[in-house]
Design a protein around this ligand. Sequence first.
Ligand code: GUN
Length: 311
Amino acid sequence: MTKLSINHKISVILQYKNMVILDGKTTAQSIKDQIQKDLQAYLDKGHRRPHLVAILVGEDGASRTYVDSKERNAKALGFESTVLRLPETTTEEALIACVQAFNQDADIDGIIVQSPLPKHINENLITQTILASKDVDGFHDVNMGKLAKGDESGFISATPMGVMMMLKAYNIDTQGKHCVVIGRSNIVGRPMSLLMSANSRYGNATVTICHSKTQNLSDYTLSADILIVAIGKPSCITADMVKPNAVVIDVGISRIDDANRKSGFYLRGDVDFEQVQHKAAYITPVPGGVGLMTIAALLSNTFKAYKQHIS
Ligand code: GUN
């Protein structure tokens, strides 16, 4: 073996040894443990339990899995959890009537309508029908506006909030760093860019937003100290696109068909984890990374809504 290749191998091993996998499972669990502890103090004073309602329209397999997981996690914390499962043929008017009924129920703290909705339903209309004070997904215009202005009384979309909780848990330095967010969706990319650029402890980054029309994507990703990817294209961020020792946050979670597995699929992120783990300083795995943080953030929002409602 030549000296160069030995040195290369040693540097890869050292880099690998220094690399930290951002563990969504333990981080989310410690957040959930804290919520459970805080909730007990309210229950001890005789207050009711927090109540989260999820509405699922249609039969989409991934959406069903997500809603089941939200219900299971809410119940595990001692929250009341109601899931309303409606058929694909549900009309927009009927769905609005359901949301309005939940809005009026004083014992319900949080309402989420799982997206995507069937094509005949105007998703934005449904989002705006949920009371802003019960919009624990943080999708309502009032909550998006509060986030944009740095007003902390609203709710922040669960996935970007979960990413911020992860950065905080690992005390990752973001001040003055270059953060590149790939994706500009209202659910992830846009709120993520607002949070990372906010004047806050785990914000204060210089943020670039890339999207489907960005030219020469690598020019941006290679200068990213913090790279946050939310585009839904499996393994599309390869090692040659990543700056050495970057913080790599993978929001993507795609189902890849695999007849050899009992479930019929496996999960892949937007980042080629096998390659990129050798180059990054910190990286989130898929599964086991951001997805679990999203649920912890949703429960945290629901608990925040509960405290606002009972006070
Ligand atoms: N679909 C994908 N992500 C989400 C989410 O965070 N909330 C809802 N309601 N639907 C989704």
